[in-house]
Design a protein around this ligand. Structure first.
Ligand SMILES: [Cu+2]
Length: 239
């Protein structure tokens, strides 16, 4: 009897474990990661903790903020994944990787110029030559999520701001957000996050289920189960 109750608690605890995806962006340009965590209430939260190792590269010249305090990079979920361990520059190109890194994840055909769904966008007449305008920014996204490609994170939340260190040698981004309309994690597992300075691709990494993250969540669940088991035993003892 008590065993059945415990099994029920174990099942409930594993349902509580929200899946986590991590894109670990450790390469010659950057260190850190971006995580996505699915919320049981729906949607997801994301968090970035990234440091540009050499903020003085001329590669960043076109994306220094107007106030000069940060390097502002665009970032998106692209449909494929890089094959190189040092995924920088052309390793993140549209035809590089396996499957190819490709364009932005756009299952609902919002059709920006870098959507991976260009053929369907053309069929739908959603191209600039047809007078179609892709209008995705944080405020249009909040009023109508369908205006943004699902993978267009800088469109949805603004550019990732890497703040210069005091001596300007490195730059760090610590940012997070909540995306109530976001994709499910199973949709975007094994896709990649690509960072751009304006248009050129700088670095990228595949989004993978987090062993550490899941272990931590499972660990917390187990603690909860043990705590409840002790409580039940105490109750049984009292009865
Ligand atoms: Cu991109």
């Amino acid at each position: 009897m008590r065993q059945n109750a415990l099994l029920g608690l174990v099942a409930a605890a594993s349902v509580l474990a929200d899946p986590i995806l991590v894109s670990t962006q450790n390469n010659s340009m950057v260190e850190g990661n971006v995580t996505f965590e699915e919320q049981s209430s729906g949607g997801l939260t994301w968090a970035a903790n990234l440091t540009l190792l050499d903020a003085g590269l001329t590669t960043y010249d076109d994306c220094i903020s107007a106030d000069g305090k940060s390097i502002d990079l665009n970032w998106h979920v692209h449909v494929g994944r890089p094959t190189s361990d040092d995924a920088v520059g052309s390793e993140c190109g549209a035809t590089a990787g396996d499957p190819p890194v490709g364009g932005h994840y756009d299952p609902n055909y919002a059709c920006g110029s870098s959507s991976n769904e260009q053929d369907t966008c053309t069929e739908l007449n959603k191209t600039s030559s047809n007078g179609y305008t892709y209008d995705c920014n944080p405020s249009t996204y909040l009023s109508d999520p369908s205006v943004c490609e699902v993978g267009d994170y800088s469109g949805k939340f603004g550019a990732m701001k890497f703040m210069y260190s005091a001596d300007n040698t490195t730059a760090t981004a610590e940012a997070s957000g909540s995306d109530p309309f976001g994709p499910t994690l199973s949709e975007i597992t094994n896709m990649s996050i690509v960072f751009h300075c304006a248009s050129p691709r700088l670095f990228c990494a595949t989004m993978l289920a987090s062993d550490d993250g899941n272990a931590a969540v499972k660990g917390a669940g187990l603690d909860l189960v043990l705590m409840m088991a002790v409580t039940i035993s105490s109750l049984a003892f009292l009865m």
